[in-house]
Design a protein around this ligand. Structure first.
Ligand SMILES: [Zn+2]
Length: 246
């Protein structure tokens, strides 16, 4: 195990062409409840709205907005972890380093390096009209939202404004997928942080990176179905792993 930590530390400190892929495990170590385990019932009381329901009823649209605002409130007391900061240091070091994330919480965000951060499932900080694609700031839009008028876009007056996270039943944005694919093809090191790699397309990116010659490193609490592809697998929580490589 020591050799693994040593190799990982060296890659993170000295190499470029690194692509990270992060999942819920990166955020739970900051204190955000995981959708799958959800011990305190946060997601139960803010149960996700299916895209179909969002489109069909005002009641669900308002629930969707309220859920997202609840996540914003939850995040007020949550700070990025040391692992988030480490990833951002690597992103800052080279233009060829990327961070693909399944997380919507923005804890990974860095305004100056936005181009190198690929949010597969969108972000709770932005909202978008489903018709004309006009963009809004989530909190600003919610502050001005009059519940009896529904969330109609003030620009086109035709589409609904939705927080730009990807809902169940909603397709991923193809431009985002292409960017993530490119970052997986072009890297030399593909490092998974806290993702169970059970859902597509996240697991596909591991395959793409491997097929294009990258070394695969998987850091996750539990074994994943993609471990056979990896050169290094460390099964532990990210806080503990960080302590070994800082
Ligand atoms: Zn619009």
């Amino acid at each position: 195990m020591d050799t693994y930590f040593k190799a990982l530390k060296q890659i993170l400190e000295e190499k470029d062409e690194i692509t990270f892929l992060s999942g819920a495990g990166l955020s739970t170590s900051a204190g955000l409840p995981d959708f799958r385990s959800d011990e305190n019932g946060f997601w139960k009381s803010n149960s996700p709205v299916h895209f179909r329901d969002f489109l069909s009823s005002k009641e669900y649209r308002m629930k969707s907005w309220q859920n997202n605002i609840a996540i914003h409130k939850k995040l007020e007391n949550i700070k990025p972890t040391k692992m988030h900061n480490l990833v951002n240091r690597v992103i800052y070091r080279g233009t060829s380093n990327f961070h693909i994330t399944q997380n919507i919480d923005g804890l990974h965000r860095d305004k100056a390096k936005e181009k190198n951060i690929i949010e597969l499932h969108g972000s709770i900080f932005k909202a978008k009209c489903l018709h004309c694609e006009a963009e809004y700031d989530t909190l600003e839009y919610f502050d001005n939202l009059e519940l009896d008028t529904d969330c109609l876009c003030s620009k086109c007056r035709e589409g609904f404004v939705k927080v730009s996270t990807i809902s169940f039943g909603q397709a991923l944005v193809s431009k985002t997928l292409q960017k993530a694919e490119k970052a997986s093809i072009n890297c030399q090191f593909f490092i998974v942080l806290g993702s169970s790699l059970k859902v597509s397309p996240a697991n596909n990116f591991v395959r793409i990176a491997k097929n294009n010659g990258a070394k695969i490193i998987i850091l996750n609490k539990d074994p994943t179905p993609m471990d056979d592809y990896a050169d290094i697998v460390i099964n532990d929580c990210l806080e503990n792993i960080y302590e070994q490589i800082k």
